[in-house]
Design a protein around this ligand. Structure first.
Ligand code: ADP
Ligand code: MG
Length: 302
């Protein structure tokens, strides 16, 4: 679906402010995949995803979408942007219309679709993000809560019916419930429409709910790329980059360090619980007893 080859991006090249965003990144994302992109601040995550729909032009290297080099002559970037919907950080800052419906309709109207089709798309997009069209369509976006505004902005991109949805830090600034709700919606969108999902996030605990694969960026390069458990198995290397594993994975590792024979690659609560119970049974300890001698170390809660 998306392939970047040897992608390098230099900002403000040839000026004293020159800074390198990406250094030779090669990466492929298949149709229907759910990919998370993590990495410390400044590691190139935003720069990378802005190449996926042609918003940024590579300094060097190629970007292919659906097999076509998007910067070759004759390719209409509008078509690419329709296929690859990109949401910036804090996309609600870009809401501007008088009503939620008009805002969501902006893209489809620009495509020249007729009124009925625009309306169908607006309704569907609002429903997909959990904003009841009856209640929200006629409201001013500026009267919505933070989470609702975020959803309205996402609906505006969904109304273009993209095949790929790229979200840069979609849950940043939302409260825990807003985060959970939004991630559940994204997971459902993937389930129902088989949309390809690319999610940039700081929060490993949350991102594991919606992705199967993780790309770890560091210093403008891909440092790791694999299934969740493959990446989290490399906790020490992640720590060197200032990244941590999910709280649950960390807990399993601590239990193991204290002598409980658990596998440490579970990533969801259900898997972790099952694994702890299994290990307790196998070790002959009941769930009522302390699973390991002595208290767990203090600090770094979560
Ligand atoms: P991340 O999203 O992982 O925090 P970015 O892609 O925003 O990282 O940034 C990667 C590098 O590129 C950083 O060193 C950053 O300072 C630089 N950079 C990002 N955007 C710009 C810009 N608009 N102008 C100049 N340098 C930039
Ligand atoms: Mg960023």
């Amino acid at each position: 679906m998306i392939r970047v080859e040897n992608l390098t991006h230099v900002y403000l090249r040839g000026t004293p402010m020159e800074s390198v965003g990406l250094r030779g990144v090669t990466l492929a994302i298949e149709a229907g995949e759910r990919v998370g992109i993590i990495g410390p601040t400044g590691s190139g995550k935003s720069t990378l995803v802005q190449h996926f729909n042609g918003l940024l032009r590579p300094t060097e290297g190629k970007v292919y979408v659906d097999g076509a080099d998007i910067h070759q002559r004759g390719v209409n970037l509008k078509t690419v942007r329709q296929m690859v919907g990109l949401l910036f950080q804090y996309p609600e800052h870009q809401l501007f219309d008088e009503t939620v419906a008009d805002d969501v309709a902006f893209g489809p109207r620009n495509l020249g679709l007729d009124g009925e089709e625009v309306e169908r798309r607006v309704t569907q997009a609002l429903e997909a993000v959990g904003l009841d069209p009856q209640r929200f369509a006629r409201r001013s976006p500026f009267t919505l809560s933070g989470g609702e505004m975020r959803r309205a902005a996402i609906a505006g991109v969904l109304a273009m019916e993209p095949r790929v949805l790229v979200l840069d830090e979609p849950i940043a600034g939302l409260d825990p419930r807003g985060r959970r709700d939004l991630l559940a919606r994204l997971a459902e969108l993937h389930r129902r429409r088989k949309i390809t999902l690319v999610v940039v996030s700081h929060s490993v605990d949350e991102i594991v709910r919606v992705v199967d694969r993780l790309v770890v960026m560091h210093g403008g390069r891909v440092a790791m790329d694999g299934r969740l458990r493959q990446v989290f198995a490399r906790a020490e290397e992640l720590a060197v980059m200032g990244l941590r594993v999910p709280t649950l994975t960390d807990l399993l590792r601590r239990l193991r360090a204290r002598g409980l024979d658990v596998r440490t690659d579970a990533v969801t609560e259900e898997e972790a619980r099952a694994e702890v119970l299994r290990a307790l049974k196998a070790s002959g300890r009941s769930g009522r007893q302390s699973p390991a001698p002595g208290p767990l170390p203090q600090g770094r809660g979560g």
